[in-house]
Design a protein around this ligand. Structure first.
Ligand code: AGP
Length: 635
């Protein structure tokens, strides 16, 4: 077998649209014990993060299943104590919670009303609330908080109508909106497993007398390296000897057959060399997932997890954002947007400084805790202090069921999916999206923006995935820049307005990955001291504000001229069409045109890529940089 190909450069990597993946999914039909194939497959998908796991088997006309909150080992222990019956047809799931916390009840698989169908799901069903109401009106009893159980009930209702699982899946998918991979079995038909996908990964493993399904090839790579990638809005039916693909309307369709030459480690990273690089490339999907289900049909914003009444939100007269590291920089961006849209004073404070400065907190203060992990001790202690002072707390968090959202009055989940790389990328990106949504929601509730103004920003946010994808497609140029600067021992980053937090984040990425001196400054601050650092050849990244804020751009150019006059090498990030900027740049990195407040969504991407590439070239462990942990659970 040829040695596995490890993708380390863009030359040999075709930038397919990266799909966010929040959960691990396995399906099997063949001669082997399905339970073993499924559990082993789930173990290989464990890196995707999980807060619960489950397996369902088809046994003598019944569904036999077990599901447990917590790590996969909890499920394995439960099954060891109470073995499931033998079966050769089954499905399994490791969950990254989106709707509903990580509990046994919310774990997958979910069954239909009569228990004939079992289903596992990856993604977010955007219209699940409407569908749930319809089911409950029809007398269905739903036992979990999940969108998945709603889909399972719908599928079973269709199965009762059509009599076969494939037609039922097609009919069910025509009713669902959002991003989903669904995999299901029918207790009355042990010959098949049926699955469907829209905007969420699903791949078929093609065996000899057996076939597999997985959220990625790691699920079955030990059994077969022949795979079939499915297209958008397709249903696939696998039996022991056949794989049939159709559209949601039942028309015949084709998947893309390919041979997997990755080793298991590469498969976990979807072929990338680092989880961080994979997560940088997942950002278009992550932004789209962060926006899913937030904008109702009538154009109004809906933040269903906020759990604070509009009246409570109208009484807020001060906002204090508390966070650490990259999350703190997301908070700094949020300040500009929230103050501009809502006119509520907004402070941003490092969590570990917050409670020691004796902050002024009242019942009308909203403390916003930004945290990817939801476990950062400094931020957790900050919100405990805030709540003791009777302030309201809202968490912006990526990890459903983690401590910080559990101890908050309200939460906005970022839906970035598990972020494995220690250096936060899609976590930061989706924190920005969530912060923008919070600002817009407060503006909607308080009437400080018209509906069409909010709609305009939402539409522009909806364009961000494509704009980020465009920057990712231009990644090779950033790789070349990193190669060109691999001897750099110090790099500065300048920005103004929301570009200042971007400069800070760019510097942090370089510090934590390349272990070199890097510092971000507000460009206007240079002449108050830092300009003394400038010397011949020093690389300085300059984030130039969009032309729409001419004054800001002009002042940024003054700062660039100051550093160039002293020999700096300027790498200028500027929007498309700003041709005049070339006169001030040794290197120009083009950014899509976006409005000023949203520019961080695009400006941060080249800086993430640069840090990732430079650290790779230096031979560093990009995913686990020295001295760092993914979640700092100590103060
Ligand atoms: C960012 O790349 C770092 N991993 C670190 O600064 C991180 O953002 C910080 O520790 C906060 O973590 P949290 O978002 O999980 O609270």
């Amino acid at each position: 077998m040829a040695p596995p190909t490890r993708l380390t450069s863009y030359a040999d990597w075709s930038p397919r649209p990266r799909l966010g993946s929040m959960c691990g999914i396995v399906g099997y039909v063949g001669p082997k014990q399905a339970q073993n194939v499924v559990i082993d497959g789930l173990r290989r998908l464990e890196y995707r993060g999980y807060d619960s796991a489950g397996v369902a088997l088809v046994v003598d006309g019944q569904i036999s299943f077990d599901k447990r909150a917590g790590k996969l080992a909890n499920l394995e222990k439960a099954i060891a104590e109470r073995p499931l019956p033998a079966s050769t047809t089954g499905i399994g799931h490791t969950r990254w919670a989106t709707h509903g916390g990580p509990t046994d009840a919310n774990a997958h698989p979910h069954l239909g009303q009569t228990g004939r169908v079992a289903m596992v799901h990856n993604g977010i069903i955007e219209n699940f609330a409407t569908l749930r109401a319809r089911l409950e009106m029809a007398g269905h009893e739903l036992r979990s908080e999940t969108d998945t159980e709603v889909a399972a009930h719908i599928l079973e209702a269709e199965l009762d109508k059509f009599g076969d699982l494939t037609s039922a899946m097609q009919a069910a998918c025509r009713q669902l909106e959002g991003a989903f991979t669904l995999v299901a079995v029918d207790a009355q038909d042990p010959t098949k497993v049926v699955a469907a996908r829209r905007n969420s990964p699903l791949v078929v493993g093609l065996g000899d007398g057996e076939n597999f399904l997985g959220s990625d090839v790691a699920a079955f790579i030990e059994h077969t390296r022949d795979a079939l990638e499915l297209g958008q809005d397709q249903v696939v039916t696998i039996t022991r000897d056949a794989v049939e693909v159709t559209t949601f309307d039942g028309a015949p369709a084709q998947g893309r057959r390919y041979h997997v030459d990755w080793d298991l480690s590469a498969a976990e990273k979807d072929g990338f060399d680092w989880f961080m690089r994979k997560e940088i490339f997942e950002q278009p999907r992550a932004i789209a997932d962060a926006l899913l289900g937030r904008h109702a049909q009538d154009g109004r914003l809906q933040l269903d997890e906020v759990r604070m009444s509009d009246d409570e939100l109208r009484t807020i007269d001060k906002i204090i954002i508390v966070a650490c590291g990259t999350a703190f920089y997301a908070g700094l961006v949020a300040k500009y947007a929230i103050e501009h849209w809502t006119r509520i004073p907004c402070e941003v404070e490092l969590s570990h400084e917050f409670r020691y400065r004796d902050p002024i907190l009242t019942r009308s203060t909203l403390v916003v805790a930004v945290s990817q992990s939801g476990e950062t001790a400094d931020t957790l202690m900050a919100i405990r202090h805030a709540r003791e002072q009777r302030a309201k707390v809202l968490a912006i968090c990526n990890t459903n069921g983690s401590t910080i959202p559990r101890e908050s009055d309200a939460v906005i989940y970022t839906h970035a999916g598990p972020e494995i790389g220690v250096a936060s990328t899609k976590g930061f990106m989706t924190q920005l999206v969530a912060a923008y949504l919070l600002g817009l929601y407060l503006a909607q509730v308080r009437g400080t923006m018209y509906g069409e103004e909010i709609g305009a920003v939402i539409r522009e946010l909806g364009e961000a995935p494509d704009q980020v994808q465009r920057l990712l497609d231009e990644a090779p140029a950033i790789s070349d820049l990193a190669a060109d600067m691999r001897e750099a021992r110090s790099v500065l980053f300048l920005g103004r307005h929301v570009g200042f937090p971007v400069a800070l984040e760019g510097a942090l990425k370089l510090k934590e990955l390349a272990y070199i001196h890097a510092e971000g400054f507000a460009a206007g601050e240079l002449k108050h001291g830092p300009i003394a650092l400038i010397e011949e050849g020093l690389p300085v990244f300059c984030v130039v504000p969009p032309g729409g804020r001419g004054q800001l751009r002009d002042k940024m150019i003054s700062a660039i001229q100051e550093v160039r006059a002293r020999g700096a090498r300027t790498i200028v990030l500027a929007e498309d069409g700003d041709e005049a900027i070339a006169a001030y740049a040794d290197v120009v990195v083009r950014l899509p045109k976006v409005s000023t407040l949203l520019q961080p969504l695009v400006a941060v991407v080249p800086l993430q890529l640069f840090a990732c590439e430079l650290a790779s070239l230096m031979g560093h462990d990009v995913d686990q940089p020295r001295n760092l942990a993914k979640s700092v659970t100590v103060e």
